[in-house]
Design a protein around this ligand. Structure first.
Ligand SMILES: *Cc1c(COP(=O)(O)O)cnc(C)c1O
Length: 385
């Protein structure tokens, strides 16, 4: 049986119908190159991009010129880390991040390490919260950048970004946050939170794949970023290449909708999570939530299920699209570096599953999942127990 019920909303989400409708004209009607402003084909496309940039900027309390469109959060993370470290190497070569970051961060810091930069990896506690005291102590005179994700894509824990922002601003080091799981799901205000640089992805909030942005603060402080790509002067020269106009338009629409609906959606998702946890705990026992019980994004549930290997469980729950960890680690069948970092021992990462809610999830899906989980957990425990 092929999976019919999508519960992998932390890996991606389907494009909302309203988003798709907003994009369609920009494939074949308004198809000009937004950089070709000598004629109306170009200026119409450019107007659409400007409107979208304005919408996205105001949704996070930034200025339009602080939004640089990229192909997604992976590229934004790469541009932020490599671009900032390169542009500011006169100040120093040290950066600070965390062990539970997305591979788009960790693989980039690994390369930076090989290129002569120095990286400090901060630990997290059992709930996945980064050690802020240690962060403060790790800042040195040659520290350029602190990069801590806003919300974890595997276990859902939200980082104390306001607290971190206060420290980094006071210490005069740049603060980048990978907010792919946060923007569109929880309120984010780059001014209030003292965020200097932030990665966003559209397809995690019912926008199209292949479009995202890097927010780069332009004043107090102005963040210096070297480009990673070279070409025409698009995106103020920081990210050249003809813009994905339908993607940009859809991204803005998705964020606009998400902003309006996030509060109601969060309430609903939180109830589902509570219901799942309560039901499974009383029916099966040996169930624990991975990540923080309250300080977490609403669309994620990560469950440790004692005595049940995740691969076996996922294999038996064929009608559901759920995952053993992140999207990338599922393909590679690796254990989760995030759950390992929580310090419960390695077995926990093989006994945990990730459920991701999205706008297409229904109450009926949750009931069905609840019943099937109870069934399969007891069967597997009988077979392997
Ligand atoms: C999905 C995700 C990414 C990658 O985003 P893409 O737009 O798919 O490149 C990076 N970081 C986090 C936290 C994510 O959840």
């Amino acid at each position: 049986m092929e999976p019919k019920i999508f519960l992998d909303g932390n890996a991606t989400t389907p494009v909302d119908k309203r988003v798709l409708d907003s994009m369609l004209p920009y494939f074949s009607k308004v198809y000009g190159n937004p950089a070709s402003i000598d004629h109306t084909f170009g200026t119409e496309a450019n107007d659409a991009v400007n409107n979208a940039r304005q919408t996205i900027a105001s949704a996070i309390n930034a200025k339009p010129e602080e939004i640089i469109f990229t192909s997604g959060a992976t590229e934004a993370d790469n541009l932020a880390l490599q671009g900032i470290m390169q542009a500011n190497s006169d100040k120093g070569k040290h950066l600070i991040t965390c062990v539970t970051e997305h591979p788009a961060i960790l693989e980039t810091t690994k390369i930076l390490g090989e290129k002569g930069f120095e990286v400090t990896y901060l630990p997290v506690d059992k709930l996945g919260i980064v050690d802020v005291k240690m962060l403060e102590k790790s800042i040195r005179s040659d520290t350029v950048l602190v990069s801590i994700m806003a919300a974890n894509n595997e276990i859902g824990t939200i980082a104390p970004i306001e607290e971190i922002g206060k420290i980094t601003r006071f210490q005069k080091v740049y603060f980048h946050t990978d907010a792919a799981q946060a923007v569109g799901h929880i309120p984010i205000d780059v001014e209030v939170m003292n965020i200097d640089c932030m990665s966003i992805s559209a397809h995690k909030m019912h926008g199209p794949k292949g479009i995202g942005a890097l927010y780069i603060k332009q004043s107090n402080p102005r963040v210096r970023v070297s480009p990673m790509l070279f070409g025409g002067g698009h995106e103020r020269g920081v990210r050249p290449g003809t813009l994905n106009v339908p993607g940009v338009v859809g991204f803005a629409k998705a964020l606009q909708i998400a902003k309006k609906e996030m509060k109601a959606e969060a309430k609903c998702f939180q109830n589902w999570r509570k219901h799942l946890l309560e039901h499974l705990s009383s029916e099966c026992g040996g169930i624990e939530l991975n990540g923080h019980p309250e300080i977490r994004i609403p669309q994620n549930v990560n469950l440790f299920i004692e005595g049940v290997e995740n691969k076996v469980l996922i294999n038996r729950l064929k009608e559901f699209a759920i995952s053993a960890g992140s999207a990338c680690s599922t393909i590679q069948a690796k254990e989760s570096h995030v759950i390992k970092a929580l310090g419960f021992g390695n077995h926990r990462s093989f006994n945990s599953i990730r459920i991701g809610f999205s706008r297409v999830t229904t109450q009926q899906n949750i009931e069905l999942l609840n019943n099937r989980l109870v069934e399969e957990i007891s069967t597997i425990r009988k077979i392997f127990g």
